[in-house]
Design a protein around this ligand. Structure first.
Ligand SMILES: Cc1cc2nc3c(=O)[nH]c(=O)nc-3n(C[C@H](O)[C@H](O)[C@H](O)COP(=O)(O)OP(=O)(O)OC[C@H]3O[C@@H](n4cnc5c(N)ncnc54)[C@H](O)[C@@H]3O)c2cc1C
Length: 426
């Protein structure tokens, strides 16, 4: 019998399994796919191994940076000042430096002043104080109707996939604060980091370390979870594994499919993503990050990956968060590729593909609804001996690898306490 079974080998599962191992608990990590790293995994494109979803590291991603250090990879971190822009009305509007706001033609003078006032007021607000408030109400109050309609509402639709009146203000505020924190002194854009060679290097080192004290099984999707008198029985890959406690990092709607002799319900909804990593025949004159506000474009963000890291190929991500039933989530890869390539050509003119890696997921992120806090506040107490980590548990922080590492450690801490109290009782 294991002390703990960890469901999922993304960064929350890896962090949880590592903390369990360090705390002396015997654990089994079950991962459905053929590799560790979850959404942060890499795939092959034009002969390189690159994250299938764009991933950058922020200077305040403390837990991730620490982990990179502990795995001996700090020397491979590349830091770069990056820039961002908006694409709308058929034009690219740079938006990194204060003077870019002055030149931002879609805003009139009043909008520009309201924008500054909104940014300033968000500095002095605590995300927790916005719990239960809609992002629309908060933005309209501090930025005004015009800025809301011209910039914030379309951006929120792109980012959160639900109407802005349903987006939780606390979560949006956390994102805005996170953005401000990446602006280093004397630098006009954001300072962003990238692990040279890709995040797979980190996942592999973590996997190697785990083999010293934990069992790691790839290609082993958990298919059922049974409650027993002294813990749980996890069914995966035709085998059953008994454990005293379970740490779940799977999306809650996926976890809800596992219980056999007990029930677990979750109101948390998920948003999908369809992302194309393209290797192109030429470099693009685009900033690192372009938010597409142009109606009619399927791609909502273009990330010029060649500006981050040392890549041999000209790499660009075109991507969009989408409602989980959106056709692009299940469309054949070449349809996603062609749809996004058409958008890209409309932006930058003729460009040819050398290679392309399309990745789709119906459960990329929870939808941080206005009542998200109520949906999850009792999560850790719903099932005795089951602890939750991952994106569903990080509110009101940004969903980053760093915050899920933190959540994995926290869940492992609770699991270790429970294991210790169980042994004391015995
Ligand atoms: C498009 C996109 C861009 C992003 N950009 C950034 C960024 O720039 N910086 C940043 O820090 N973060 C970024 N993130 C967020 C980051 O990737 C996630 O927060 C983090 O990877 C989540 O880790 P996790 O372990 O909680 O979940 P996941 O990575 O989703 O891992 C869950 C794991 O569970 C496995 N699994 C599923 N079902 C089962 C089952 N039944 N049994 C066993 N295993 C199962 C999956 O295969 C997966 O490996 C981005 C995410 C996306 C989608």
């Amino acid at each position: 019998m294991y002390d703990a079974v960890v469901l999922g080998g993304g960064y929350s599962g890896l962090a949880a399994a590592r903390s369990l191992m360090r705390g002396g608990a015997g654990s089994l990590l079950l991962e459905a796919s053929g590799g560790l790293g979850g959404a942060g995994r890499c795939g092959p494109v034009a002969g390189e191994s690159v994250e299938w979803f764009y991933h950058h590291i922020k200077p305040h991603d403390t837990e991730l940076l620490e982990l990179i250090g502990e795995m001996g990879l700090t020397g491979s971190l590349l830091w770069q000042e990056t820039s961002m822009a908006f694409y709308l009305e058929g034009r690219l509007y740079p938006f990194s430096r204060p003077q870019d706001l002055l030149r931002f033609a879609p805003f009139n003078l009043a909008d520009k002043l309201r924008f500054c006032a909104g940014m300033l007021s968000s500095r002095f607000t605590q995300s927790q104080n916005l719990t239960g408030m809609s992002a629309k109400d908060w933005i309209v109050r501090h930025w005004g109707q015009s800025v809301y309609h011209k910039m914030m509402a379309p951006m929120m639709r792109n980012k959160f996939g639900i109407p802005p009146e349903r987006v939780c203000a606390g979560f949006l505020h956390g994102r805005i604060k996170g953005l401000a924190a990446t602006k280093a002194k004397g630098v006009s854009g954001e300072m962003l980091g990238y692990l040279d060679g890709g995040l797979d290097r980190l996942a592999r080192r973590l996997g190697d370390e785990l083999t010293q004290g934990a069992d790691v099984r790839l290609n082993s999707p958990a298919t059922a979870l049974e409650r027993t008198k002294d813990g749980y029985l996890v069914h995966a890959g035709g085998q059953s594994h008994a454990a005293r406690v379970v740490i779940n990092t799977l999306p809650l709607n996926r976890f809800a499919l596992l219980p056999v002799n007990f029930s677990f319900e979750s109101r948390v909804k998920y948003q999908g993503v369809a992302c194309a990593l393209m290797a192109l025949d030429r470099t693009l004159e685009l900033p690192y990050w372009t938010n597409i506000l142009e109606p009619g474009f399927s791609s909502k963000v273009v990330v010029n990956q060649s500006l981050l890291g040392h890549h041999r190929a000209n790499l660009v991500y075109c991507s969009a968060y989408l409602a989980d039933e959106h056709p692009l989530i299940t469309a054949p890869a070449n349809q996603v590729r062609d749809t996004y390539l058409k958008d890209l050509r409309a932006m930058v003119g003729p460009v040819e593909l050398v290679d392309c890696l399309v990745t789709q997921s119906p459960v990329a992120t929870p939808v941080f609804d206005v009542d998200y806090h109520q949906q999850t506040h009792d999560l850790q107490n719903r099932l005795p001996g089951v602890f939750f980590a991952g994106n569903a548990t990080i509110y009101p922080h940004s969903r980053t690898i760093s915050s899920v590492i933190c959540s994995g450690r926290r869940a492992a801490g609770m699991a270790l306490e429970r294991l210790a109290s169980g042994s004391r009782a015995a």
